[in-house]
Write a protein that binds this ligand. Structure first.
Ligand code: SF4
Length: 509
């Protein structure tokens, strides 16, 4: 996706049966975070438990990618961090911010120190609290003072509130209390100074969370790709509303909240997740290939020898390859992505500069060709628009036909994906009815304004088929306005009003 919308983060958790100098929580967490770097590059952090340390649980977090945060460029420094944070159990986190500042204080895990070991905990989460504004007010009225404008801090207070009193609460009860208060998406990893480790997923299961056993070690991560370095580990998704508590080589599964339906974010399969991850038993690579095959069914051009498929790197590659195979035309790398570009370059507001920094053209591939340019999705569409212009002007393509493996994004996300207003969405002004989707006339008008010869979006009903899950198991609210939570429905109405009245601020702040 040229727009670079971001997932909020990645999680990791480990509980080891027989830890030792070469097998300890910090090293396992480091490896699992490294495999999930695509989910967040702003900061990386871990908390580990070690009963032989005075600091029973201890947290290390730094800004930057995993390698930088853990200083892998200096062997002795890296080993020093690993030694200091060695332990039997641990949790880890990677952050990409949709809210809050770029400063270390916002990095996760969040540790809350307490004199009593069962009240001393650390946690990290992936998601977004949709009723954040209301809950913040509630805390304020109870004389809480929020230091940071951050839903992680809010969650920390609500977890603490469940532990008030003399009696230690079972973890499923702590989180059962939270689930009654919170509307939104949260996959969460938790560790306390009693060495109890827990992983859990909200009752709708918006964000992925997988787990597996390696001998008697328990491993969990946002994506199953995190276990790739450890050979063949059979992985499963944590069930929505389920909490898994791990200690000493044993796991206990409990239910902390009822789950009447699920709402897995469809974007995981389309864009976010690594192609070699499997979520809800549906492989991401296969889902993307299915999207490409399906696009072929909707092709309107009379395909001849001048056509080539050019996927926008990297997510659209399996989609483009499958489309090309079905149409019997070559899939060519006419656009190359600079994989080593720094975040500061990518974040520039200058569209032309951004495209130049990020993509380069292989002119010999594009010249005089009718290009079927394949994108996984279009949100704001600014980067892809710049790319289209360059392919035409500098690549000298004869025609450009844009093929999008996702329906138009017409509604904001209140569950942790960085698209929070209707105004920023490219297709929204063109489409009259979000429920009915884009019409041929609307699509033609958008194609003309966007500077492409034709434009095809996949319709909404093809998405569950390509993923291989029933439609009512998925969240597709940004495509069809069917928000799966009460607060989501309410915020959507606010977003519509804001768009009508020209209000620019994020709907959930
Ligand atoms: S609204 Fe869209 S991006 Fe947000 S969770 Fe639902 S499907 Fe995913």
């Amino acid at each position: 996706m040229g727009d670079e919308i971001k997932e909020e983060c990645a999680l990791a958790a480990v509980s080891l049966h027989n830890p030792g100098p070469k097998k300890h929580a910090a090293l396992n967490l480091y490896k699992m975070l490294l495999q999930q770097q695509h989910r967040g590059q702003l900061s990386a952090g871990i908390t580990t438990y070690n009963p032989d340390r005075t600091q029973l649980i201890d947290t290390y977090k730094k800004l930057g990618k995993v390698d930088n945060a853990f200083k892998t460029y200096r062997r002795e420094k890296f080993l020093g961090i690993m030694k200091k944070y060695a332990g039997s159990n641990g949790i880890g986190h990677l952050r990409y911010a949709t809210s809050g500042a770029d400063d270390e204080g916002y990095a996760q895990p969040f540790e809350r120190h307490h004199g009593r070991s069962w009240k001393w905990f650390s946690f990290a989460f992936n998601g977004n609290i949709a009723n954040y504004k209301e809950l913040k007010e509630e805390l304020k009225k109870a004389s809480y003072r929020m230091v940071r404008e951050l839903d992680t801090e809010l969650l920390m207070h609500f977890i603490s509130k469940q532990m008030v009193g003399e009696k230690k609460q079972a973890l499923e009860n702590v989180f059962s209390g939270i689930s009654e208060t919170i509307d939104g998406a949260y996959s969460l990893v938790y560790l306390n100074a009693d060495g109890e480790l827990a992983v859990l997923r909200d009752p709708l299961g918006f964000k992925p969370l997988s787990y597996g056993m390696r001998d008697n070690d328990f491993l969990a991560a946002s994506e199953s790709v995190a276990f790739n370095t450890d050979g063949e580990i059979k992985t499963e998704s944590v069930a929505p509303g389920e909490i898994i508590i791990a200690s000493n080589g044993a796991i206990e599964k409990k239910r902390f909240a009822k789950s009447t339906r699920t709402a897995h974010c469809m974007f995981e399969w389309i864009y976010f997740a690594s192609p070699n991850s499997t979520i809800e038993r549906s492989n991401v690579y296969e889902a993307r290939r299915n999207l490409g095959k399906t696009l072929a069914k909707y092709e309107t051009q009379k395909i001849d020898k001048e056509f080539i498929v050019v996927p926008v790197p990297d997510t659209a590659k399996p989609i483009g390859d499958a489309l090309a195979f079905e149409l019997g035309v070559p899939s060519e790398e006419g656009v190359m992505r600079n994989r080593y570009i720094g975040r500061t370059f990518i974040e520039t507001d200058n569209r032309e500069q951004k495209v130049k920094e990020k993509y380069s053209l292989v002119k010999s591939v594009l010249k005089d060709k009718k290009v079927l340019l394949v994108e996984d999705s279009l949100v704001r569409g600014t980067t892809t628009k710049g790319l289209v212009q360059r392919i035409r002007q500098h690549g000298k393509a004869k025609e450009i036909h844009l093929r999008i493996a996702c329906p138009p994004i017409l509604g904001p996300c209140f569950y942790g994906i960085d698209m929070s207003t209707i105004k920023e969405l490219l297709a929204a002004p063109y489409v009259k009815s979000i429920q009915e989707g884009i019409t041929t006339e609307e699509s033609e008008k958008l194609a003309k304004d966007y500077g492409v010869d034709s434009l095809i979006y996949l319709p909404v009903n093809e998405i569950p088929k390509a993923i291989g899950l029933p439609a009512n198991n998925l969240c597709m609210a940004c495509l069809n306005a069917d928000y799966p939570t009460e607060q989501g429905k309410k915020l959507y109405q606010e977003a519509l009003n804001n768009a009508k009245n020209g209000v620019k601020k994020r709907t959930y702040e």
